[in-house]
Design a protein around this ligand. Sequence first.
Ligand code: 6PG
Length: 540
Amino acid sequence: MKMAADVGVIGTGVMGSNLARNLAGQPGIRVAIYDRDVERARAVAAAHPEAEFLVAASPAELASMLHGPRVAILMVNAGPATDSAIGDLTAVFEPGDIIVDGGNSLFTDTIDRGKQAEQSGVEFVGVGISGGEVGALTGPSMMVGGTEAAWRRLRPLLEPIAAKAEITPPETDPEEVPTPTPAEALQTSSAREPETAGEPCIAHVGTDGAGHFVKMIHNGIEYADMQLIAEAYALLRDGAGLTPGEIAEVFAEWNEGELESYLVEVTAEVLAHTDPVTGKPFVDVVVDSAGAKGTGAWTVKTGLDLGAPIATIAEAVFARSLSAATMLRESGRTLDGPRPSAAPSTGSGHASAGTGSDDGSAGSRSAGTSAGTITAGDRAADVETVRQALFAGKILAYAQGLHEIAVGAREFGWDTDLGEVARIWRAGCIIRARFLDRIADAYAAQPQLSSLLSAPYFRDSLNDTQQSLREVVVAAAEAGIPVPALSSALAYYDGIRAPRSSAALVQGQRDFFGSHTYGRVDRPGTFHTLWSAGRSEVEL
Ligand code: 6PG
């Protein structure tokens, strides 16, 4: 048995102990663990003898257990706990050793910490690790920052523990793939085992804080994806009158097609769950006030600083804030407006939702809906319309997140390959989805793609689904169902399509009251109108 360990893990909470177990499961790898709560580390080692952990009682002892040059991975809470752990380690580490921060740290903190660690010759590497507790144990997606040299040293250690992704070929014709019944789909959806073959979902995405930046955007996209799904649920529940159990079957069926993803799969499971205490649908006993640890807000704040239009991600963050604004919502209870009053079911026994196809062919909604509902009386068509709207919203949200990565990489000097980012998000992480294969394909075909939306697959998908997105936003507004993420996705889509935007008037207003100047469409230069002196125009 090796007496010296190959890697140390600091922090033996669920994420840290699962990652340590994943590492210890790799052939020839010995792991030393340390926690400020030494008893917790000892308990983890006792609970998992197969891992043969070395347990350190202090940072100094951890350092003595590691062969040089040392590698230690922090799995502690972002913020002060991370700073404290870094301080403990840099006191006992030597030049050439590496400290990896595997927590959800803010990328600007990681940039600062890297500069600080450099003064003592220690390499500091921020790694975004996605996939939650299960991912940490069975294979997370990892977004690695830091120097190329550090990446070369960390790759042999981290690549084997990463999730593996097989390439999913472009959609086969739905006729060739028998559509499972809703019950079958619900049964199989949670049975999926993590893939063991394929490409490891880990990449070096840029220097210093790039790893934590890309992870932050991953979480921003996660917020948007979850909000879009929640709005599709609200439309089917409050607008079309489906029960949570019926909607669970709809999501399980959608998960067999182009919407296949971990978050759609999870949604089907949550909606199918019955509260054991009351016997009611679980979703009906949960307080409708969403929490957030902050990574979504970071994505939006950074997007505002970068000038990246990420409205759908922002609306997802704001929707959580609004849901938690108890006083504000109390004050709104008596305000006038349509109340969602879903029409009784008129369709077949269950919503036989489509799974969609590349050509987006779908039932069209008949005109007219009764007040407070989105249903035009044909439930299957309504469900398909919502599915198409959700797919369109998802494409637009991912496009916004990837655009923010591109803008951030330019701003911070990172050589981030968006196709590689999409490839390592295909498995292990929370936003893993079949259509990430299509995103990877798009960037492989056109590495300098200006926007995901100009890639043929996504342009065509939006051509096929944008009308459903439009109809759903209109129907939701008429029914009084809030769909901020879907609405902002539509506004983003129409905004980037518009040949002329109303920003021309904004420029005129800014010049009128602030002399902020403007450009002219008919010639280059910067101009100002003397609004209070004859309104003549001067060129600056
Ligand atoms: C992941 C998750 C994880 C995140 C949780 C909670 O990629 O494994 O994104 O990093 O912390 O999802 O996030 P919120 O509390 O902000 O929803």
